[in-house]
Ligand binder design. Structure first.
Ligand code: DGJ
Length: 735
């Protein structure tokens, strides 16, 4: 709910458990008064310290320089005296870097608003309302609108910024972030996600220190390395208690998220498109919309924050018809065959997989052009009939005859120098004229910001999809952007390239879904480098990581699930020794870990040891039984191997709290410890629950009955297993 109090010149943005308060001071500056647990209907403008004087003794008028460097701002700007991190920087056509925002007007409406060309949260008037707060800089002729989408049933506020040039001369936006949040210091800790290829989104927590700290990408995509997410939380906050501010960016390109503790020991957090390498020229009348950034407030620890993000994305960002349904259990041939496959091999895999209840075959990289390794043919999306004998339609029909769906891999944004496409259009690759472009995985990136390149790319994909009954696409992206140049853009617009590139990716995926609305799209980028909420608008699931090892996946899936629903996490069972790290783990453990994602297989089922093969039908049955609970329930982290160096544990609890599925992985067994007692929060305290181990013999794991209150406070006994990498799946159901 959003309200405006004209007496106090304040806006109040209320969600079920939080209040966000904005104060317009007497000089028109837009101040940030409060964000946190719900407060009374009071004038809290005093929290901005608007009337406090600075070092000069002028009690009435504080000098602008010192005022701007102190006042908490909704959208801090560069160049006029706020020396903290800015969120907006604009240069006029004479080269002056300054913009000052003064309140002009506001509008409060019901229902979320779309953002042109960008992913955006959606919802009707019953779900959310929108505040558009417009400020101007009359010297520049700039009009800046701060947009807040406030959710009625979720503790989430989504922000974006619209910048319009009403002046006669061009303006150059140098920095346009989506979110700024000024908070009084409360000895916060900070959580960010870091990693590398095959090690994505590992959590890191540390106290906020003086100065600036944060995460960033300048790779043209979200990246394996850092993630557009920051949480600020009480130093003592844990999974289930304490206050947490979570920030996440709905975007798939360069980003920055910084936290700065300043001279007064106050905190400013900002998030948005990375200003490095960015400028955007606005001619008279032009408008620039920033992507949306999400703010989540939780007074019930990290699990509270995760649940809000999960609900927001499941209900108000993912559009796919698959979002609430079971996903087909797929088998992907990448780790099974790499490039070495043909029709017969794929049909063999499909035939055996269909016997065990697997529902879809996905043909990965290597089916097109003359690609038999990763050094050719990207861009030549023509079926290689030496491998796919009889053609693609024949293969798909044969797979369909086995009762299975068919899916296919593309890497649409790329071009191999060894390709017919490159030989015909060498200038279609992103490059700086006269400079040899940097290669990565022997490939270059197509300049899809050019209309003719976008159209070629779209048509070559669509042609394949029109040619056979293809129900799933894995959209891969295996290198980062360098050598930024485009024949499309003049020198004073080259800084628009990165963002235009992301808009082109979104446009391509939107076109695909418009023509093929039932398509199940899975995004991917060398594993999980494009696992971000921007992609959720197009694909309900994203490949989480090229590391399919069950133990490595624990940290990857823990960090991913901190923000994103389990229904979005691409997770497959693969063979051992694992192809990414050589570890050997029980097949059962691999199954349980993959079960907490979209679930599928990535192995040559025809070569699987019989005892492992024999377990597949049981795993498929577990998926069928628990899919809805895992994908639609409330996620709750119970323990982390990262913290205890011993075991990992998480649960999915049904919204009505009648059922829960707990996954427990004993990573390392240490000698001479006793039974563990795991505290399961989130069930009904007064209800009695029956606890079973659905994948075990009842005589080995006898059922138990405990009250919800007992499970939360005394805990569930978990016996120790002999050896490392053991796992248990525990089902809890109200009696
Ligand atoms: C990277 C992906 O993450 C893998 O799953 C696989 O599709 C390869 N690319 C294919 O090149």
């Amino acid at each position: 709910m959003i309200s405006f109090n004209s007496k106090t010149n304040s806006f109040r943005l209320d969600t079920p458990n939080s209040t966000y308060s904005i104060f317009i001071n007497e000089r028109g500056y837009i101040g940030h008064a409060y964000y946190g647990s719900k407060i009374g209907d009071d004038d809290v403008s005093y929290l901005t310290r608007n009337k406090e004087y600075g070092f000069s003794d002028n009690k009435i008028f504080r000098e602008k320089g010192s005022f701007l460097d102190f006042f908490p701002q909704e959208l801090p700007t560069e160049g006029l005296g706020d020396f903290r991190e800015s969120a907006l920087a604009v240069c006029d056509s004479e080269g002056h870097n300054a913009i000052e925002l003064k309140y002009k007007s506001h509008k409060i409406t019901g229902g979320a608003k779309a953002l042109p060309g960008l992913p955006a949260v959606f919802g009707g008037a019953e779900d959310c309302s929108v505040l558009e707060l417009t400020a101007t800089d009359d010297i520049l002729g700039a009009e800046v609108t701060l947009v807040y989408t406030v959710f009625e049933k979720l503790d989430a506020i989504v922000r974006s910024v619209r910048i319009k040039n009403n002046g006669a001369k061009p303006l150059y936006i140098k920095k346009a972030l989506s979110l700024a949040l000024d908070l009084d210091n409360d000895n916060y800790d900070m959580i960010t996600l870091h990693g590398s290829w095959a090690r994505e989104r590992h959590m890191e927590r540390h106290p906020v220190h003086m100065g600036k700290q944060g995460v960033v990408s300048i790779r043209g995509e979200t990246s394996h390395q850092e993630h557009p997410f920051v949480a600020l939380l009480d130093h003592n906050a844990d999974w289930d208690s304490g206050k947490v501010y979570g920030m996440n960016f709905i975007y798939s390109g360069n980003f920055v998220a910084d936290v700065q503790k300043n001279q007064f020991e106050n905190i400013r957090a900002v998030m948005g498109i990375n200003p490095e390498g960015f400028t955007w020229k606005l001619e008279n009348g032009d408008v620039f919309d920033t992507p949306q950034a999400v703010l989540v407030y939780s007074d019930s620890g990290l699990n509270g924050m995760s649940r809000t993000f999960h609900d927001l994305y499941r209900e108000h960002l993912i559009r796919s018809p698959y979002k609430k349904t079971d996903r087909p259990i797929l088998i992907n041939n990448w780790e099974a065959t790499y490039f070495n496959f043909d029709t017969d091999k794929l049909i063999d895999i499909a035939r055996e997989a269909s016997k065990d209840g697997i529902e879809m075959l996905v043909m990965d990289d290597g089916w097109f052009g003359h690609r038999s390794f990763d050094d050719s043919s990207l861009g030549d999306w023509i079926v290689n009939e030496e491998k796919i004998k009889g053609g693609l339609k024949h293969l798909v029909d044969e797979v369909n005859k086995l009762g299975m769906k068919f899916g296919i891999w593309f890497e649409p944004e790329m071009i191999s120098p060894d390709s017919d496409l490159y030989r015909a259009h060498p200038d279609w690759a992103i490059q700086i004229p006269g400079r040899e472009p940097g290669m990565s995985r022997a490939q270059l990136v197509l300049d899809i910001t050019r209309k003719e390149v976008e159209d070629y790319t779209y048509e070559s994909l669509a042609k394949i999809l029109r040619s056979a009954n293809i129900e799933y696409v894995k959209w891969d992206m295996n290198r980062q952007l360098t050598d930024i140049g485009s024949v499309n853009l003049p020198a004073d617009r080259i800084g628009e390239f990165y963002h235009r590139y992301v808009l082109a990716v979104y446009r391509l995926q939107e076109r695909l879904l418009t023509e093929f609305p039932k398509l199940l799209l899975e995004n991917c980028s060398g594993g999980g480098a494009r696992f971000d909420p921007g992609m959720f608008f197009y694909s309900p699931q994203i490949w989480c990581s090229d590391d399919t090892d069950a133990i490595e996946r624990l940290a990857i899936q823990e960090g991913t699930a901190l923000i994103y629903p389990l229904s979005t996490m691409g997770a497959h069972v693969s063979v051992c020794p694992n192809h990414a790290c050589g570890r050997v783990t029980p097949f059962k453990t691999r199954g349980y870990v993959a079960l907490s994602g979209t679930f599928g297989y990535e192995l040559d089922i025809t070569k699987l040891p019989p005892e492992e093969r024999a377990m597949i039908p049981g795993q498929v049955a577990l998926y069928k039984k628990f899919s809805s609970l895992i994908r639609n329930g409330d996620y709750s982290r119970i323990a982390s191997y990262r913290e205890n160096n011993e075991y990992d544990c998480w649960a999915s609890i049904s919204k009505d709290k009648t059922k829960a599925l707990v996954t427990f992985v004993q990573v390392l067994n240490h000698p001479n410890y006793k039974t563990r007692f795991l505290k399961i929060n989130g069930l009904k305290p007064e209800s009695k629950y029956r606890i079973t181990w659905p994948d075990e013999k009842a005589e080995d794991f006898p059922a138990m009955e405990l009250f919800g209150r007992t499970l939360a406070n005394a805990g569930l006994p978990i016996r120790r297993d002999w050896g490392d990498f053991r796992a248990q799946l525990i089902f809890i159901e109200e009696i």
